[in-house]
Every structure is written in C-alpha cells, then in structure tokens.
Design a protein around this ligand. Sequence first.
Ligand SMILES: [Zn+2]
Length: 144
Amino acid sequence: MRRDRNPSEARLRSVARKHKPKGWTVRERDVPFEVFTTLGSAVHHERRIETLPLTDRQGLFVFLHECGHVHCKHGARSDLPRWQEEYEAECYAIDAMHAAGIAVPRLPLQEGRHNVAAQIPADATDIPARVLQFAYGRKWRDHE
Ligand SMILES: [Zn+2]
C-alpha cells in the first residue's frame, strides 16, 4: 500500500482527534527536533499530552506515541518494565499511522528504536525476539 508522505495539516489533525484520549488536553510545543527527549510526554496526573505541533508527520508520530502510553494504561500505576512500555507506545503510533495511510517518519522511528534499546537492561534474558528486532534491527541476535 502506498502511504502518504505529505498529508495536509487538516488530515494530520483529523487522525490526531481520533486517537486523543477522552478528557485529556493537548499542548503543542515547538521545540527543536534534536532535543528529542523533550518532544513529547504524557502528564498523567494532569491528563495532558505535550507534543510537537501537529503540523507534520513527525509531530503526529510523537503525539500518537504519547496517546499509546495513555491507551495502554502506562504511567505511575503501571508495573510494566520501561522497555515494554516504550515498545507498546511505538507499536501504537506505527499501527495508527499505517491505519491512516500515512508514512511513518524515519527520524522519530529511529529515536524510538534507540529509546527501546536504551531501556533494555544489559543482563535481561527474557526480552521477546520481536522487541529485540525492533530495538536492534539486523543485529538483534547479538542481544539475545
Ligand atoms: Zn514513550
């Protein structure tokens, strides 16, 4: 399937609306992409998602990742390991982009892979293969 690489802002916002958790507010902040760790967050106790502006695919991807954290019930009351939460949020964002027919932007996806990899403890032995493949790509077997 051919995926849209240049969706209009109206289309991006319509996809975002479908995924916004009920009762949550959204704050769009324009921060430089390089400062990735501050690009998005789900502030659970205030029910607020902070994200890049929903004006391009990168902004939508960051937003959908944070929606994934909310919809998958991550946050303070979750006892899942961090690698699993980040992996689930990435999957949520990727699936949502695919379902909308919009191409997944390369840069935030790459950051997402690094993010998952960074959360996997060096001595972990029980990480599912699909997570290792996502985090490490072709070299995933080195981390089994
Ligand atoms: Zn995350």
